[in-house]
Design a protein around this ligand. Structure first.
Ligand SMILES: NC(=O)c1ccc[n+]([C@@H]2O[C@H](COP(=O)([O-])OP(=O)(O)OC[C@H]3O[C@@H](n4cnc5c(N)ncnc54)[C@H](OP(=O)(O)O)[C@@H]3O)[C@@H](O)[C@H]2O)c1
Length: 263
């Protein structure tokens, strides 16, 4: 299937690793011109080289911290217009509700929600003017099924769904869409440590940690394994494509069937 991305420009935040890197790769390999963002030049260069080696020729790095107002301003100055914005940057931490400080709440909100809000504010008007665009928020199944061990993270992921849907309301009659993609537990650099931290036997192998995690903590998952970041990226690449024109204001689950409700 040709996703018809050859003449499109995309920017993916937090894209030197994990899901963001694979989204950037998928879009670049499909022919889009793609900007990756990151906070360190060496990681940025490595991501650009990695994507280029997979056949994504039109790939560039923007050195900036998308989680801050200054970083967002720097990104908007370096890349004034895009056709596709993927608000991927997001962080999480396990913490008991009573231990989550004001600073923790605000920090997660700033990184996970405001990063997407600021860049959307910068790019969305141009998309509406040009009558074509895609804004995609990488939320999480945790935005629907709020995890008791990280309520503040769940709050930010629900907030992204609200922002995306509210933005979509403003696209009526245009070629712009705003959607959210909701991954479930996905293999990324920090996940191995996370699985180990919730395991009953930290000395067990990574495979055993993963198996125990799904048996004990994510028993409703139909996939019963970690999602590969490429399996999120393929859905995002479709949503970014002109082929997905009829999908707007949607919250699209890619969580391995973990959420048991049908909506
Ligand atoms: N992995 C999962 O299981 C999972 C599940 C559901 C939803 N999600 C969502 O998917 C998105 C990507 O998650 P991921 O697990 O793929 O990410 P990740 O691998 O943990 O991080 C990816 C990027 O985030 C940047 N980053 C990390 N901490 C940062 C900070 N404090 N400020 C600014 N940049 C920071 C890093 O770039 P530099 O250090 O190079 O700047 C890195 O390239 C997030 O929105 C997450 O909530 C993930």
């Amino acid at each position: 299937m040709d996703l018809k991305l050859n003449d499109k420009t995309a920017l993916v935040t937090g894209s030197t690793a994990g899901i963001g890197l694979e989204i950037a790769r998928a879009l670049a390999v499909e022919g889009a011109k793609v900007f990756v963002t990151g906070r360190a030049q060496d990681r940025l260069d490595a991501a650009v080289a990695d994507i280029r080696a997979s056949g994504g020729e039109k790939i560039e790095g923007v050195l900036a911290d998308a989680a801050t107002a200054d970083g967002a301003a720097a990104i908007l100055e370096a890349v004034p217009a895009v056709d596709i914005l993927v608000n991927n940057l997001g962080i999480y931490e396990m913490k008991a509700f009573v231990d989550i400080s004001d600073e923790d709440w605000l920090h997660l909100f700033e990184v996970n929600v405001m990063s997407g809000v600021r860049l959307s504010r910068g790019y969305f008007p141009g998309m509406l003017e040009r009558d074509w665009g895609r804004v995609i928020f990488i939320s999480s199944e945790s935005g629907l099924a709020i995890p008791g061990e990280m309520v503040h993270y769940g709050m930010t992921k629900s907030a992204q769904l609200a922002v995306a849907r509210g933005m979509a309301q403003q696209t009526k009659g245009t070629g712009v869409t705003v959607n959210s993609v909701l991954p479930g537990p996905t293999r990324a650099a920090a996940i191995a440590d996370f699985l180990k931290s919730v395991s009953s036997n930290p000395d067990a192998s990574p495979e055993e940690h993963e198996a125990e995690f799904f048996t004990k903590h994510r028993s409703s998952s139909l996939l019963q394994r970690m999602i590969e970041p490429q399996e999120i990226a393929s859905l995002v690449a479709y949503v970014a494509s002109p082929l997905s024109a009829a999908t707007n204001g949607a919250s699209l689950k890619a969580e391995g069937g973990l959420v048991t409700t049908i909506a």
